[in-house]
Unconditional design. Structure first.
Length: 182
């Protein structure tokens, strides 16, 4: 796998409303562990759409990993122009920070938001342009990851597209490992 897309819940779906929340460090550490496994198998590019939450945290994780894995690159493919336009200033600042860390930034639709169809197109596009999906997902919790899973599962049926799940149990294991170190 050379190119993977990473997604998951938005911060508010996880009860996280600012970047100082303690849970973020465990989520990022869990994402890092999964990406390290893929890097050891040849991963070169991580794709995100710049969505708040898991995707932006992934951008930060990739930036840190690039210090160790010189082949690693980050692409941010937004669904439409100015997706951050109506976000809070703090969220816009975080978004701009991650865009600054990226090796490639572009928008799939060259227009501002017009309809939810742009989001569906983004999900389909990123699944089709990648070799696999890493997704933070809880089968018992509906939310934004479901929109990536639909095209990913269809592609899995078609050609064996791999989906790597990060579950609440994985995050709990990371928390336990961190606690055991103290």
């Amino acid at each position: 796998m050379k190119v993977c897309v990473v997604s998951g819940y938005k911060g508010h779906e996880l009860g996280i409303f600012d970047q100082k929340h303690k849970g973020i460090q465990y989520i990022k550490k869990t994402i890092e562990k999964k990406l390290r496994q893929l890097l050891d198998e040849g991963l070169e590019w991580v794709l995100i759409s710049g969505q708040l939450g898991v995707e932006l945290w992934t951008g930060e994780v990739v930036s840190d990993l690039k210090k160790e894995y010189s082949q690693l690159r980050l692409a941010v493919m937004t669904p439409f122009l100015l997706q951050e336009k109506n976000w809070s200033e703090a969220n816009q600042e975080h978004y701009r920070h991650v865009l600054g860390l990226a090796d490639f930034v572009d928008s799939i639709s060259k227009k501002e938001y017009e309809s939810p169809a742009q989001l569906r197109v983004k999900n389909q596009y990123l699944v089709e342009k990648s070799d696999g999906l890493v997704i933070l997902y809880d089968e018992w919790k509906e939310g934004s990851p479901n929109y990536y899973l639909e095209p990913a599962l269809k592609r899995t049926e078609r050609d064996g597209y791999p989906i790597f799940y990060i579950t609440p149990d994985d995050i709990n294991s990371t928390v336990q490992e961190e606690l055991d170190e103290f």
